[in-house]
Design a protein around this ligand. Structure first.
Ligand code: BYC
Length: 328
């Protein structure tokens, strides 16, 4: 059994001690855009990197249910409530596909959950921001799911088969999430003065944290170079962030809302938007779990795990009873 280990992989040099032929064959398959499958040989550092990234992705999906769940009982109409409920259930499903993909690498679900609860595993910084108004639910769909799709479309071509296949379905669902968020904000942006102000305030608070979702800048991203070589990551943090900015600015203009960045400007020469400086101090503070929201998020997950233990026990007892009957 593989024990979950979030320490840094030793980089490709550690793999040199492993069988050189198998390593060469592995590298050739990755270079040929072949998928690596669970039973295939893989360098230990590749396995570790995948477990880290896939499980952190799974944790993000599940922790991401919490800020939205906060608004389920306060959705402004039955229609909005049904949509939000469906979206949150989708996120739970994404977590399950991703935990299952991580388990194919030899780690157990319990080990992964323990790493989240003990704070050893990370989850996306974006979910440590509070949802203060209904407009935040629209902003999460539009910006947070929008940023997630930008990253996940690229991950459909990641080199590990189970992760790539999980992404295909996740991307389909995320595009519905992005559209429902945009549509909810469009209603507010075209509504009363107070609703419009609420939409602008949500954009002001979610814009910069959404840009941080893509991770640190490329020159300060310790995992990127190796992950790109292994084709776990297909594009860099900065490339994906830029693509998101370029796609989202015209969407904000269509809503009649202003991006809270005075330095934002179309650059004719590069054919991209230039933007202001991201507050990386804030990003690293949120990654370290500073602030009350992070503690609440983890406590909510621990409470859910402990209070619902009876469901897991009942399911396991039922499965054991069925297999005893079948054996008799
Ligand atoms: N938050 O070397 P780097 C969703 C960490 S959820 C926290 O660039 P890497 C949704 C990073 O882990 C979508 N930590 O790392 C759900 C690393 O620390 P460790 C979530 C971050 O892995 C519900 C360190 O910073 N999507 O869609 O090469 C409702 C250095 O970074 C963050 C995914 O998880 C962050 N934002 O690249 C609505 C996508 N960024 O682990 C929506 C899959 C960086 O070395 N993940 N760190 O201690 C990825 O693509 C990559 O893991 C990342 C980071 C681009 C996020």
């Amino acid at each position: 059994m593989y024990t979950v280990d979030y320490s840094k992989p030793q980089d490709a040099r550690a793999a040199q001690v492993e069988d050189a032929d198998r390593l060469a064959a592995f590298d050739a398959r990755v270079a040929a855009d072949d998928f690596i499958e669970p039973k295939d040989w893989m360098p230990e550092a590749y396995r570790k990197t995948l477990i880290r990234q896939i499980s952190q992705h799974a944790h993000s999906e599940v922790v991401g249910m919490l800020p939205e769940g906060n608004w389920l009982t306060r959705a402004p109409s039955l229609r909005r409530k049904a949509i939000l409920l469906a979206k949150i259930q989708d996120e739970g499903g994404h977590g399950l596909y991703l935990y299952s993909a991580a388990e194919t690498l030899g780690v157990t679900r319990e080990e992964l959950i323990e790493a989240l609860h003990s704070g050893r595993a990370k989850y996306s910084t974006i979910f440590n921001y509070p949802t203060l108004t209904w407009a935040d639910i629209g902003a999460i769909g539009w910006l947070v799911d929008g940023a997630a799709i930008m990253n996940q479309v690229a991950l459909q071509r990641t080199s590990y088969g189970p992760y790539a296949r999980a992404m295909v379905r996740i991307c389909k669902e995320e595009s519905f999430h992005q559209r429902q968020g945009y549509e909810a904000l469009m209603v507010l942006a075209n509504g009363t003065h107070a609703q419009r102000r609420m939409a602008q305030d949500a954009l002001n608070r979610w814009w910069w944290p959404s840009l941080m979702m893509f991770g640190p800048p490329d020159d300060n991203s310790p995992n990127s170079a190796q992950s790109i070589r292994w084709r776990i990551k297909r594009e860099t943090n900065d490339e994906l962030r830029q693509r998101f900015i370029d796609a989202t600015v015209p969407q904000a203009e269509a809503l009649g809302l202003s991006i809270p960045d005075p330095a934002l400007k179309w650059n004719e020469a590069t054919q991209h938007y230039d933007c202001g400086q991201i507050d990386w101090e804030e990003f690293y503070a949120v990654v370290r779990g500073e602030g009350a929201t992070a503690k609440d998020r983890i406590q909510a997950r621990i409470d859910a795990w402990e209070k619902n233990a009876w469901v897991r026990e009942a399911a396991l007892a039922h499965a054991a009873k069925r297999s005893t009957k079948q054996a008799a």
